[in-house]
Design a protein around this ligand. Sequence first.
Ligand SMILES: Cc1cc2nc3c(=O)[nH]c(=O)nc-3n(C[C@H](O)[C@H](O)[C@H](O)COP(=O)(O)O)c2cc1C
Ligand code: SF4
Length: 402
Amino acid sequence: MMNLEMLSSSIRIGKKIASNRIVIQPMECNDGDPSGNPTELTVRRYRRLAEGGAGIIIVESLTLSYESRARKNQLKIAEENAEALEKLVKEMREVNPNPLILFQINHSGRLSNPAFSRMVSLYPAGDLNGHLLTEEEIEEIGERFVKASIIAKQVGADGIDFKHCHGYLCGEMLRPANRREDRFGGSFENRTRFFKETAEKIRRAVRRDPFLIGVRFSIYEGIPGGFGTSGPEEVMEDLSEPLRFAKMIEELGMDYVNVSAGIPAITPEFVRPTKNYPEGVYRHFGWAKAVKQSVEIPVIGSGYSYLRDGKNDLKGADPSKKSFLYWAEKNLRDGNVDLVGIGRQSLADPLFAKKVLSGDTDRITFCIACGGCSILLKSQREVGCTVYDPYYKEVLQKVRRG
Ligand SMILES: Cc1cc2nc3c(=O)[nH]c(=O)nc-3n(C[C@H](O)[C@H](O)[C@H](O)COP(=O)(O)O)c2cc1C
Ligand code: SF4
């Protein structure tokens, strides 16, 4: 059996301890009820993840706003959802009190779906912009992030993951293409002002508590003027600004950085590597390492699911050195990252961490990166693994039949 000393070791994050280095990345599954509360399907998913025993479970993208949202049945975080969210956390802890439970909080911004909600954006780009947000409206959204953090704390979550990745509102704010002429656009200082002011307010609101605040951001979006380029028209990767941003996250007293990349709707291979671009996993290793070298707080890496048991299309590598276990342990040992995140693999096998850490690796059902779960999400259906879970296999068949 492979030595998994690092993967199975605990780590301090802020004032809390994660019992191992596996993180369940947020995976939105669009199975809330019409008020944005968890349903039986949601509870089933999270109870299984709790049983799975990862050190940290980041509960999927919770929308602050129902009038602007990306998913029809997205879970919501607002006062009226507090009771249901509290119940969800209790259900998870009942199964297993160990994992740290974080809530990812989000405003969908430009990616809000106009078919059932209001699309809003920060600057004009192309034909479809929806409503351009005013300074006052942006400030009001900041207040909602603060409120959502307070609710997360009240309902028993261990912290929040402040979403700045994947092209949603806070990600759009950061990019050089955001040339707003007010205090939220143009210079790096202006583009990070919303984060800075909101993070400070959140910190004050949950001050004196061991409540965690982390940030997930896309280090390179892969679009002209995207975050991780050096100007509004630039396309080449330049990590100067993202690394300054990571430093800012640390200086503002945040507890961890969760490094992702890309925008699923535009540059999906940067978000989640597949056989179309297997080497994307190496890009993720490098991105996390660059952040790790810039900050002292824990860094979470992404994009690991494609590695699976080594049966992948990565070329030129010794077959024994291509797997999730090999790379997770190596990257932790080499100091390239502090925790490894799994997204799709957590849908394919919610008990993944438990099986890995107990040496029961033969029973792992590995994600084959088929994209079935993403098709369900795009189709506004409830999401799960369409390969291993018969319920979602059938939902996919229905989607395909039209
Ligand atoms: C169906 C689906 C839902 C996702 N939902 C979220 C989400 O709510 N928040 C988020 O930050 N990332 C989300 N992601 C991205 C994943 O967290 C993860 O970064 C990505 O799948 C790459 O990691 P992996 O290779 O381990 O799957 C989602 C991805 C998929 C496929
Ligand atoms: S549906 Fe496919 S891509 Fe999604 S988790 Fe299952 S095997 Fe992986």
